[in-house]
Design a protein around this ligand. Structure first.
Ligand code: GDG
Length: 510
């Protein structure tokens, strides 16, 4: 019970590698992403803790140490691994979180599946996360909980440890009340979130939706709001809000509602994109294309990412513009995170069938219009593709933020390249110089990609310069700063530690 900062995140903060029958803990292969950023917060506290789950054959007698002490480049912290059985993980993560919550969060009411949900199991798993966090937190510590699969943790933790500060960050969208309130457990979830000192979102719309849901279900007063900064107002686009709620009161307890859009490590990606080996790889990619333009699409295999809709747009474009046949290639990277889930298998099959049909319809011996990539591309290679692409085509039907769009921009120190971005990605309120498109409209989709392919260099450069300013300014460090500011002053709690740098500190002797 001695950590000043406890991070509660479902995944462990490192990779486990089997070497000669022994398990070794290694830094995550990709230096990119949210995990290293979260770990960097440990660099400025005396002692931190991370709570995650780990598969155990018999959770009552796990064959691993539940708590391990780590001393690495990021600092000194313990990792509590909650032993969960395969069944518990399936029910809590793959069923309740992915089949019931995920579709609702993204506005797909018709995909919502209530029947298989084992709610007592969800409660139990969340309770155990809360217990582990309570066991690690020093008096008055900050406990920072991530994402909807841990929705009940704040409420339980408040009961176990009234003294700690609790912050919660949503990585997904937060839907409007008439969508969220489909969930039969809506009140329990919202009461838990209202036990936080701070609830954080990517963009003002999600914060406003959360407040509307809270007020629809509970006696909650809105005690402060604020105008949205001009740089988060993308005139006329779907997710723009002008006023953002900032403070609530529920049962005498005040909750700060904060907006902090997650950014990417722009500096790191920029340096990768300038590296000679990346440039050589990008050159090679371009040489392989001949005179063809490269359209690049990257995302997880998920119905929210709009992959099928995008392939259909590509097909319409090739149909309507025979002159483009042979002069255009689409590299569609769609990596499955949850191979064993029916919903994702269906998307994968549909992607393969659609891409196969389009290649069959238009392809020749020398030219296949679509390269469908289902394996994870190493990040360094991905940067080379970002660098080589003419157009990044990112058109999710719903997306909390979408970091791929920001990575593409960060990977373009050459100042060229066009970003076509769905207005239903949180990133669209920040990335106002992108070609914004509505993925629910065939005409908007087809016109945006055609306009991007035909865009004159001068306009491309003006837009990219604007995008790069935003991505550099709102990078991962800015996110950390905004999060820390929200967790401090607003809640009346003690000031936060200084802003950590994502540059890891040198390892120290244990
Ligand atoms: C959730 C929210 C929110 C993808 N393919 C490969 C690969 N990736 C990497 C990308 C990027 C990450 O995966 C995807 O991030 P996104 O933000 O696009 O989407 P989600 O995974 O759905 O994340 C989302 C995010 O949380 C953060 O809050 O933005 O809205 O849904 O970093 O680069 N990386 C590599 N190879 C691939 O083939 N190496």
């Amino acid at each position: 019970m001695s950590s000043e900062l406890v991070i509660v995140y479902h995944r462990q903060p490192y990779e486990e590698v089997e070497i000669d029958g022994r398990t070794e803990l290694r830094e995550n292969k990709s230096p990119n992403g949210i995990v290293p950023t979260l770990k960097s917060f440990f660099g400025r506290v005396e002692r931190g803790a991370w709570v995650a789950w780990k598969l155990a054959e018999d959770p009552s007698a796990p064959d691993f140490e539940p708590v391990v002490e780590i001393e690495d480049a990021f600092g000194r912290y313990s990792v509590s691994r909650l032993p969960l059985s395969e069944r518990q993980v399936r029910e809590f993560y793959h069923v309740t979180s992915k089949e019931a919550f995920w579709p609702i969060l993204h506005g797909f009411k018709d995909r919502y599946n209530y029947d298989p949900v084992d709610w007592p199991n969800f409660r139990e798993v969340n309770w155990r996360f809360a217990e582990a966090a309570a066991a690690e937190a020093a008096p008055g510590a900050l406990v920072w909980v991530h994402d909807y699969n841990l929705w009940l943790v704040p409420g339980y933790l408040r009961r176990l440890r009234p003294d700690v500060r609790i912050a919660f960050y949503h990585h997904t969208p937060f839907p409007a009340a008439d969508v969220f309130n489909v969930l039969p457990w809506r009140r329990e979830i919202v009461e838990s979130l209202l036990a936080c000192d701070e609830v954080g979102f990517h963009i003002p719309r999600y914060a406003a939706n959360f407040v509307a849901v809270a007020r629809s279900l509970t006696e909650t007063d809105l005690i402060a709001d604020a105008p949205v900064d001009a740089d988060m107002i993308a005139e006329g686009t779907a997710l723009t809000e002008r006023i953002v709620p900032t403070r609530l009161r529920h049962k005498g307890h005040e909750v700060a509602v904060t907006v902090a859009p997650v950014g990417v490590d722009a500096e790191f990606i920029d340096s990768r994109a300038r590296a000679p080996e990346t440039l050589a790889q990008a050159e090679q990619i371009r040489a392989g294309l001949g005179a063809a333009q490269l359209l690049l699409s990257v995302g997880r295999t998920d119905y929210t990412k709009g992959g099928i809709e995008q392939l259909l747009s590509f097909e319409r474009v090739l149909e309507a513009r025979p002159d483009l046949r042979g002069k255009l290639r689409l590299m569609h990277v769609s990596v499955s995170a949850n191979r064993n889930m029916t919903a994702y298998e269906e998307v994968q099959t549909a992607l393969e069938q659609t891409a196969g049909r389009i290649n069959g319809r238009f392809g020749t011996l020398d030219w296949q219009p679509i390269a469908l990539i289902s394996r994870a591309v190493p990040f360094e290679e991905l940067v080379a593709y970002y660098r080589a692409a003419d157009v990044a085509w990112i058109t999710p039907l719903a997306d909390g933020m979408n970091l791929v769009a920001k990575e593409f921009v960060a990977a373009r120190p050459d100042g060229d390249g066009v970003l076509v971005l769905s207005e239903f990605a949180g990133a669209a309120v920040e990335l106002q110089e992108a070609m914004i498109t509505n993925p629910f409209s065939n005409r908007s989709m087809d016109q945006a990609v055609l306009a991007a392919l035909a865009m004159p260099e001068k306009e491309r450069r003006i837009r990219m310069a604007g995008l790069r300013r935003v991505v550099e300014r709102n990078d991962i460090r800015a996110w950390a700063r905004a999060v820390l500011a929200g967790q401090a002053g607003e809640t009346g709690a003690s000031p936060p530690p200084d802003l950590p740098s994502t540059e890891p500190r040198p390892p120290r002797a244990a």
